[in-house]
Design a protein around this ligand. Structure first.
Ligand SMILES: C[S@@+](CC[C@H](N)C(=O)[O-])C[C@H]1O[C@@H](n2cnc3c(N)ncnc32)[C@H](O)[C@@H]1O
Length: 191
């Protein structure tokens, strides 16, 4: 296991919940009502999805590209769909979408060819998955829907806020925690 993977709690097959998972779950729980339909993109073990469902009573679906993650989340009782971002979902069906994405910048020659890389890294900018997510998430959100997106100072928070703005979202930081090497924030995006 790489140092990076060890630090982030990634086993070889899927991402184990870490500080970022808990920060996102706490922020989402505060912003979700029992009547809401919630999509947790990149659900991994299903930790965020399961917490939101248990602590709010909302209906929560998890999605992930990683089949091992889908299996683990399903075993945790999360309704799970194997999917690239929001591609299989109908338009305007979710009140809330949560995402703790792969957000760390990677070396130019690092391919996203194993589940550790898929969980952690977002290309040289760190935004290779965040950017298409921002481009596509508006389609599946109800008009007054909300996105809770975890990002790191290493991802370029201003660049994420700018891209979200170009897609019609205003952003506010609703949770934050700092480490010696980075700051993690949860952005709440609304239109
Ligand atoms: C940092 S992990 C977060 C896992 C879990 N949500 C948590 O907070 O513990 C990122 C997750 O996003 C998934 N992922 C990466 N690219 C994706 C994509 N294009 N569509 C859906 N899921 C993706 C990874 O497989 C991984 O499970």
């Amino acid at each position: 296991m790489t140092d990076l993977a060890e630090r982030r709690g990634v086993e070889t097959e899927l991402y184990e919940p870490a500080e970022d998972s808990a920060l996102l779950a706490g922020a989402a729980v505060d912003g979700v009502d029992a009547e809401d339909r919630v999509l947790d993109v990149g659900t991994g073990s299903g930790y965020v999805a399961a917490r939101v469902r248990a602590e709010t009573g909302a209906h929560v679906v998890g999605s992930d590209v990683n089949p091992h993650a889908c299996r683990r989340a399903a075993e945790a009782g999360v309704e799970t769909v194997r999917a690239d971002l929001v591609s299989p979902f109908r338009a305007a069906v979710f009140d809330v979408v949560t995402f703790n994405p792969p957000y760390l910048p990677a070396d130019e020659d690092a391919a996203r060819d194993d589940w550790v890389e898929v969980a952690l890294t977002g290309g040289t900018s760190g935004r290779a998955v965040v950017d298409p997510f921002l481009d596509k998430v508006g389609r599946v959100l109800r008009p007054d829907g909300t996105v809770f997106l975890l990002v790191s100072s290493l991802t370029g928070i201003e660049a994420v806020v700018q891209r979200a703005g170009e897609r019609g979202f205003s952003s506010v930081v609703v949770a934050e925690t700092s480490f010696p090497y980075e700051t993690l924030v949860v952005l709440k995006l609304v239109r």
